[in-house]
Structures are given as structure tokens and as C-alpha cells.
Design a protein around this ligand. Structure first.
Ligand SMILES: NC(=[NH2+])NCCC[C@H](N)C(=O)O
Length: 404
């Protein structure tokens, strides 16, 4: 598998997803804000919705759907990797002294569960009766859960030039990127095909960047949101690596208002075909500045790039980059519904082929407008999935698409 993509809409051939699991049941009214949820979902219903989504992808495209949990299990058979991930998970709560106890008593499957759904103190005590009694409270987390794992879009991004491994901004999500990186750098199916663009070698604590901020505009151009989650410095380094690699010639930095409802660039727009974009107009109007990175000179390892502030709206940039652009607004711009539907990720549809998208059924006005535009809209149930504030694009990491 090539692990490079040249569009957002080429017919889907392989995708990575994560079925919501026990990590969702860890959410409570008290930790949901820290863990970036709007509410406490009902897991069984959420799983049904997710299964519907996965089956729909398989039936309509025949694409291979990889499951994170399975890939993780296969990767964790490498003992040193398991130790590193466990160490990283425990370090965050300053509890690495439990590592040996856990590794001795937990099966690989239990370790995979611990790494995704976390472990509570009382669970550890049950499993390890001679655990040295500490001051820990029974319902505290020894390892904090990752309930946002079903948003597979964010821990990494696949671009035309290779992979950006995210450095995630919010504490509640930081471990996710390490899990994905461990899988892609060690799983026999993928490891040979990874061309890492970010983080740059030797960067221990890289500036934050998240997959939802990375959008392939055309074969030669990528847009990266400067957002609540992605920092300017990270965009600079990612742009430099991308331009040096050579496939991409232009990297646009799009400044977004730093607000939860616009957390990533893909909450504001998605690309559905060569010349069709779905967007939330209020955000478009708020994007006042865009910067353009291009290659200045390159001699061996020495790469110089140029940054131009464009003072142009995102709309103007898109019009220049995408010939004959057609723009569709969430809820068709209807003032009563546009904001509501954007909140539940109306603009965040998942293109499984040109003008063929998967969308939440709750966004009825957006879906109608898409159909009027000749787009095939496949709806998925969304009562529970939407509570994490991410949509169909956020839940999928395409690994392979037909070239356009
Ligand atoms: N690509 C996206 N828009 N992802 C949405 C992620 C939502 C998640 N609860 C978060 O706040 O991080």
C-alpha cells in the first residue's frame, strides 16, 4: 500500500476506522469536558451506528476497512513496543512504577484494552491483589482512556508526499497519536510504505498539528488549518517537508477562529469532487488571512521555503486553486439551520468517490442541498456518534483511493 493520497474524493479503496468501545463508557459528566465530549453517549447505540457506517462503506465501495484494535493487537506482539507504549501511558499520571506489574499479568488483548480504554485503580487492584497499597483512589485512572479514538482522522494525516504524524494539542488526546504511529511504523503491512514528513527527526516535543486540519486541495496543493489545534510552527515544518519531497508545490496555511466549533479545518469545509466544496459560510467569512508556502531553493539537504501572506479569504484561495469551483453551503445557507447543522458537522461529510458522500442523517437541510447539486448522499444514523463533535470525515482515515 502506497500510503500517499492525491485527493479527498478518489474512489475509496482502504480506510482505517475504530469501533467505539469501552473507552466511551469511561465518560462521565465530570470528565467529559477534559475528554472533549459534549455529552455522555450510550455505547451500544453508538456501536450500532458505527457498524452501520462501516457496513455502508464496505457495501458501496468494496473498500477494505481496517480496524485500529486489530492492527494494534498485531503490533503489540513486539514486546519492546508494548513496553514503550505502556510506559508512555503510565508516565502521564506519573505511575510508571506499575508497569512491570501490568506487563506481567496482562495478556496482549488486556494491554490493548488498557491502552485504549484506560485502567482504573480498582480494576488494577482486582487483577493484582498484592499491588502495593497506595494513596490512589479506587475510581481514579491509572491510565486515562482515549474516547476520541473513533475520530481516526486526527492522530495522523496522509498527504500526496507522505505522512504527518500528529502531535495532539489537547491533553485528553495526546496518547492517540503515539498509538497510531506505533502501528504504522511497526505493522508489516504498512511499515515499508511510511514516508514521515512530520515530526521532523529529533523533535522531542513537536509543535501541535492534528489530522483534521490537513486537506488535500489538488494534486499539487495542500491546505493546513492554523486552528485551535494546529500551531503555526508545525505548519511551517510540515510545509517544508512536503515541499522538499516535491509532489506538492503549494501549502496554504488557513487561519481559523480559535473556537471549539471550528476546531479543525475539516469542520469548515470538505471537498467532494474536483470542483465541488461543501462549506460553512460564516466560517468562510471569518477566515481573513491565508498564507502560502512555496519552495525557494533546495540543494541537497538544505531547503528554503518562502511564506507569503495573502490577505485573501479562504474562498478566494479555493477559487484560485480549484478551477470552475462550485460552492455549497451547509443547510444551503438557510439562516435557521446552517449554524445548527454545522455544529453537528454538516460540512464534515466523507467522500467515498467523486460526488458520492456519507453524511449524518440529522443534517437534513445540508443533505437535501447536496442532492439538489447532483451529489449521491448516503446517510448514517447519528444520535450518539455526533456527541463527540465530529462527523463522517473525522471518523475515517483513508489509506488508499483511486488516483484522480
Ligand atoms: N477532524 C475533526 N473535526 N475531528 C473532530 C474531533 C472531535 C473530538 N471530540 C475533539 O475535540 O478532538
Amino acid at each position: 500500500m502506497n500510503l500517499r493520497l492525491n485527493s479527498e474524493f478518489g474512489t475509496l479503496k482502504a480506510v482505517l476506522m475504530h469501533r467505539p468501545g469501552k473507552e466511551i463508557d469511561r465518560l462521565t459528566p465530570y470528565n467529559k469536558d477534559f475528554l472533549l465530549f459534549e455529552d455522555v453517549p450510550y455505547l451500544e447505540a453508538m456501536q450500532k451506528e458505527h457498524d452501520y457506517f462501516t457496513d455502508l462503506i464496505k457495501q458501496t465501495t468494496g473498500a477494505q476497512v481496517y480496524r485500529l484494535k486489530e492492527l494494534l493487537m498485531q503490533t503489540l506482539s513486539k514486546r519492546d513496543l508494548l513496553e514503550t507504549l505502556m510506559d508512555d501511558a503510565l508516565k502521564r499520571n506519573r505511575l510508571t512504577h506499575f508497569k512491570e506489574y501490568i506487563l506481567e499479568r496482562f495478556s496482549t488483548a488486556e494491554c490493548a484494552l488498557a491502552l485504549t480504554a484506560g485502567i482504573k485503580v480498582h480494576e488494577l487492584k482486582r487483577k493484582i491483589p498484592n499491588l502495593p497499597k497506595t494513596e490512589l483512589m479506587d475510581y481514579a485512572f491509572v491510565i486515562t482512556p482515549c474516547p476520541n479514538l473513533y475520530f481516526q482522522r486526527d492522530p495522523m494525516a496522509i498527504t500526496p508526499g507522505g505522512i504527518i504524524f500528529s502531535s495532539m494539542k489537547m491533553e485528553g488526546r495526546q496518547r492517540e497519536a503515539n498509538l497510531l504511529r506505533a502501528v504504522f511504523e511497526n505493522h508489516p503491512e504498512f511499515m515499508e510504505h511510511v514516508n514521515t514528513l512530520y515530526p521532523v527527526n529529533g523533535h522531542d516535543n513537536p509543535p501541535s498539528i492534528e489530522g483534521g486540519d490537513v486537506i488535500i486541495l489538488s494534486k499539487k496543493a495542500v491546505a493546513i488549518g492554523n486552528s485551535e489545534r494546529t500551531e503555526e510552527k508545525a505548519i511551517y515544518h510540515a510545509a517544508k517537508a512536503l515541499l522538499a519531497e516535491g509532489t506538492v508545490e503549494r501549502v496554504y496555511e488557513v487561519h481559523l477562529p480559535k473556537k471549539r466549533q471550528y476546531m479543525h479545518l475539516d469542520t469548515v469545509f470538505t471537498i467532494l469532487d474536483e470542483n465541488l466544496v461543501l462549506t460553512y459560510p460564516d466560517a468562510l467569512n471569518a477566515v481573513l488571512q491565508t498564507s502560502l508556502y512555496t519552495l525557494k531553493e533546495q540543494e541537497g539537504d538544505k531547503v528554503h521555503i518562502k511564506r507569503q501572506v495573502l490577505n485573501e479569504s479562504l474562498l478566494t484561495v479555493l477559487e484560485k486553486e480549484i478551477p470552475h469551483l462550485e460552492i455549497l453551503s451547509t443547510a444551503d445557507g438557510n439562516p435557521d439551520y446552517s449554524m445548527r447543522e454545522q455544529w453537528f458537522d454538516g460540512a464534515n461529510v466523507f467522500a467515498i468517490g467523486p460526488r458520492r458522500v456519507i453524511s449524518y442523517n440529522r443534517n437534513i437541510h445540508t443533505n437535501r442541498a447536496l442532492r439538489n447539486m447532483g451529489v449521491e448522499v448516503l446517510e448514517i444514523p447519528s444520535s450518539e456518534l455526533s456527541r463527540g463533535l465530529g462527523g463522517p470525515r473525522c471518523m475515517t482515515l483513508p489509506l488508499s483511493r483511486s488516483k484522480v
